[in-house]
Design a protein around this ligand. Structure first.
Ligand SMILES: [Fe+2]
Length: 174
């Protein structure tokens, strides 16, 4: 099953490139790194979204699935200033690239019924990165004062699963 609107500017090229990488059947983490490299080399702009989509929502960050097929999906996430995810991990590898705003990521591990912070990174426009489970518990927040837009690729079919989140964590932190 496959859904897409490949008429979005630049989307067809991204989908073709990601599909070629996925078809190499590399280990998940290597696929995530390779897709991040592709993002870094691609001319990514917020024009892949409509004007209305780029406004985001006052109710929380919004994920627009741009393309989904059996082995991967591509989504664009719009974050107003200060909007953030819950602490969560993922069903599959993930790669992301920041187009605007700052995606500030805090990483955690579970230790004895608590979450312990193990790292932070501020991802700015032009930055791209990838990761794969396990060890992928994180929270992401747009810490800039402008609307954030980022692209996210996942090694799963979001049309089937609805989300890349494996589970959310509400354990105490610290
Ligand atoms: Fe995530």
């Amino acid at each position: 099953m496959e859904t897409t609107t490949l008429t979005r500017p630049g989307l067809a090229e991204l989908v073709t490139g990601i599909r070629a990488l996925v078809e190499r059947r590399l280990p998940a983490r290597e696929t995530a790194y390779a897709v991040a490299d592709l993002f870094r080399a691609a001319p990514l702009t917020a024009g892949i979204l409509t004007d209305a989509e780029r406004l985001g929502s006052p109710d929380g960050y919004v994920s627009h699935v741009l393309h989904a097929e059996d082995d991967f999906s591509l989504a664009a996430v719009v974050w107003r200033p200060g909007q953030e995810t819950v602490i969560h991990d993922h069903v599959a590898w993930c790669s992301f690239a920041v187009i605007s705003g700052i995606e500030y990521e805090t990483l955690y591990r579970v230790d004895g019924g608590r979450l312990v912070e193990i790292g932070r990174s501020a991802n700015r426009p032009g930055d791209a990165s990838g990761f794969a489970p396990p060890g992928d518990i994180h929270k992401v927040r747009n810490t800039s004062d402008e609307i954030g837009v980022s692209l996210h690729a996942y090694g799963a079919n979001l049309d089937v699963l609805g989300s890349s989140v494996r589970r959310a964590y509400d354990l105490p932190v610290g």
